[in-house]
Ligand binder design. Structure first.
Ligand SMILES: Nc1ncnc2c1ncn2[C@@H]1O[C@H](COP(=O)(O)OP(=O)(O)OP(=O)(O)O)[C@@H](O)[C@H]1O
Length: 260
């Protein structure tokens, strides 16, 4: 029934003391879509996102990933099975080049194990060559060739975001969770970033689940857009429909919408 769904959130509830941040919420992300999640402040978006990403365990309900119940799984377990969340390049990686940052991503490289180092040096070399080639492909895809030997710490805000996106391409992600990707990025670079997200979606088949305050970016990238209010999904559809829905305007502004 749900083979078309990468993520299926079923009746999830999460309380913090007296506050019900997510209230019996059900929503899903279709394979091959760029699905957006929006809603007024305090709607429960971040909590829901953190539950999907394995950072928060819900009080009840289930998160199904590719048909498998992953409720309560840790982020690193989800990473292994193809659910990736972009994250800021950590301080210690800022002293490595863009290319090295990408080459660091895949775990389980034989060279990381002592046994592999001593007994299978050929394998280590072959694997490194393969990882380097993949990293160069990713760099090419994102058009970051001119900064591949630049230290990550010296990249612009937008280039760093592209590199973060690139890290998700180093492993076989089935879905990428994008968290406030527009924050701190200027308009031109945001356009670049959006282009790349669209190309990853169209050309490489990535599915995205996007939480974002920038409505222009959501409008450009996402279909469907899911609207949350008071811990629940209140609507889902194309952005144009969402913008024209009086009930949603009321949820955002707390007053009946003026219908022209
Ligand atoms: N760790 C926490 N402890 C206590 N209350 C929390 C915690 N996290 C979230 N909440 C509360 O849960 C509710 C939902 O918060 P959440 O951050 O999920 O909403 P949001 O839609 O992401 O809001 P925003 O757009 O402002 O980030 C809010 O009332 C918030 O104060």
């Amino acid at each position: 029934m749900s083979s078309d769904l990468v993520i299926d959130v079923r009746n999830v509830t999460k309380r913090f003391g007296g506050i019900t941040a997510v209230n019996d919420c059900s929503l899903s992300v279709r394979r091959g879509s760029i699905t957006g999640l929006i809603g007024p402040n305090g709607a429960g978006k971040s909590t829901l996102f953190n539950i999907v990403a394995g950072n928060i365990v819900p009080d009840s309900g289930q998160v199904i990933f590719d048909g498998k119940d992953v409720t309560g799984c840790k982020p690193h377990e989800l990473f292994r099975i193809g659910m990736l969340r972009t994250f800021q390049i950590a301080h210690e990686f800022s002293q490595m080049t863009a290319l090295e940052n990408l080459m660091m991503v895949p775990g389980d490289q034989p060279g990381e194990h002592l046994v592999g180092m001593w007994f299978r040096p050929g394998l280590v070399q072959a694997r490194e060559t393969e990882v380097r080639k993949k990293a160069l492909d990713v760099i090419d895809f994102l058009k970051l060739g001119h900064v591949r030997h630049e230290l990550a710490g010296n990249l612009s805000g937008g280039q760093k975001k592209l590199l973060e996106l690139g890290r998700t391409m180093m492993v076989d992600a089935r879905i990428v969770l994008l968290d406030e990707v527009a924050a701190g990025v200027n308009r031109t670079l945001l356009n670049d970033l959006a282009d790349n997200i669209e190309r990853m979606n169209r050309e490489l088949g990535y599915t995205f689940f996007v939480i974002e305050h920038d409505m222009d970016l959501i409008g450009r990238l996402c279909d469907p857009v899911i609207v949350m209010a008071q811990g629940q999904k209140i609507a889902e559809g194309p952005m144009a429909e969402i913008r024209a829905n009086p009930a949603i305007i009321e949820a955002y502004f707390g007053a009946p919408a003026e219908v022209a």
